[in-house]
Design a binder for this molecule. Structure first.
Ligand SMILES: Cc1ncc(COP(=O)(O)O)c(C=O)c1O
Length: 435
């Protein structure tokens, strides 16, 4: 998730203070105002993301719900094929596994080359026989690489399937023009792009939405009911059951207004400048291995790494306590990818518009201090070689990986190494880190 600007907090407070009503049920002024603003927010998100049409923008809690809406809503037949990559977030994996178990669909995973190169032929091969649905990330939360979505959409459509894209990590960091990408469904979380928690979108052409069975039905989803029957409203309202998160949606809208004022190309250039600074500063550290593509330009928003002999969780604690840099550690909800490589996880720094050069330098200092203070284990050289190249590429999936200890064999040593200039944990400020 990202931090939120004051304008987002103000938009949420304004709702509760000035017009705390619910849309579409009453005729009084609060209801009128919230209805007007809620639909205005829909227009704004449609414009911001280049949605094929504004009625194809559905408000949900998060990307996980958006993906589940598609998974639960399509009419599956036994034997239908679903294609994912081997690098999907659990949000874009678990429900397909459940459909396989319960509905007899088949799930195939496209293996992505570790170094971030894209190979269209590999995709072409996995698209035979015809897939019913291909569901892939736009930008990976694991190593920050982006997939060529337009090319993928063309190939998937040529093969007779539909394309669902998990846009969680792409939409906050770059311009996205959905009509031009030609995809069928796009899922994202607005709390990753300056919005409040629990806000997200599913975007699709209305014709594609009309084929989905709503996940939840009830008030607001129907035009008419009798005691035995009901008639659903057209999209998007048939998917927005019950009273909505008005404050959250209006806050999230203020978030995209903020992003628009800054400019998404500027955000991307800023992410890249910070990432490049960190990547270049640490390029000569033989114990540090960067995940995914080698150059910052291919993964501008994410710097994911392992350090030989240092447990990723210990590294995260050390960077927070000693340098006030907030990073994420672990398997980032992509367990299978790490398990296939015998890794216990990695550390991930994310860059966004509120991070400064000072933050990037604090990250570099923290990593350097960690490397200096935790000696490389005797076997580290061998393990490092098998964990990745000096450019940080772990071995390909399917090959036997090194032991789970490869990325974290000195847990105790790291815990006992107290960072220099340790700041009081309670005072670690948001402005100083990158989450
Ligand atoms: C690529 C990707 N997909 C899906 C998700 C799930 O997002 P949410 O928990 O907001 O539904 C995340 C969250 O980290 C993500 O990074």
């Amino acid at each position: 998730m990202s931090l939120v600007p004051d304008s987002v907090l103000a938009a949420m407070a304004e709702y509760y203070r000035e017009f705390p009503g619910c849309a579409g049920r009453s005729l009084h002024r609060f209801a009128e105002e919230v209805g007007h603003r809620f639909e205005g927010a829909r227009d704004a998100f449609a414009r911001f993301l280049g949605a094929p049409d504004r009625d194809g923008v559905v408000f949900v809690r998060n990307a996980t719900e958006a993906i589940n809406l598609v998974g639960a809503g399509l009419d599956w037949k036994r034997g239908d094929r679903i294609v994912v990559t081997d690098q999907e977030h659990n949000s874009n994996l678990v429900l397909w596994q459940r459909l396989a178990r319960e509905r007899g669909v088949r799930v195939a995973a496209l293996e992505l080359p570790d170094a971030g190169r894209w190979d269209g032929d590999l995709l072409e091969a996995i698209l035979r026989p015809r897939p019913r649905l291909v569901s892939v990330f736009h930008t990976s939360n694991l190593d920050g690489r982006s997939l060529p979505i337009r090319e993928i959409a063309e190939r998937v459509h040529d093969a007779g399937g539909q394309l669902l894209v998990d846009g969680c990590q792409a939409a906050p960091h770059q311009s996205v023009d959905l009509a031009n990408l030609g995809i069928d469904f796009y899922a994202l979380s607005l709390h990753k792009m300056l919005g409040p928690t629990g806000t997200g979108l599913l975007i699709a052409p209305t014709a594609a939405l009309a084929d989905l069975r709503p996940l939840i039905v009830g008030g607001e989803t129907v035009e008419w009911t009798t005691l035995t029957e009901h008639r659903l409203r057209p999209p998007p309202h048939r998917f927005e059951a019950g009273l909505q998160n008005y404050a959250g949606v209006l806050g999230a809208r203020a978030g995209i207004d903020y992003l628009e004022r800054i400019g998404r190309d500027e955000v991307r250039a800023h992410d890249l400048a910070l990432n490049r600074r960190v990547t270049e500063a640490l390029a000569d550290e033989p114990r540090l291995h960067v995940l995914g593509p080698e150059t910052a330009a291919e993964r501008p928003s994410i710097f994911g790494f392992t350090i030989d002999g240092v447990d990723p969780n210990d590294a995260a604690l050390f960077l927070d306590a000693g340098h006030r840099v907030l990073v994420r550690s672990g398997m980032h909800c992509v367990h299978s990818w790490y398990a296939a490589r015998g890794l216990s996880g990695n550390v991930r720094a994310s860059f966004y518009l509120y991070n400064s050069i000072g933050d990037a330098d604090a990250l570099v200092r923290g990593i350097r201090e960690l490397i200096e203070r935790i000696p490389a284990p005797a076997a580290a050289t061998t393990e490092a070689r098998s964990t990745g190249t000096s450019a940080g590429r772990p071995p390909r999936a399917g090959r036997p990986g090194p032991s789970r200890r490869a990325a974290g064999s000195t847990r105790v040593a790291a815990r006992s190494a107290r960072p220099r200039g340790r700041a009081a944990r309670g005072r670690a400020g948001f402005g100083a880190g990158s989450g």
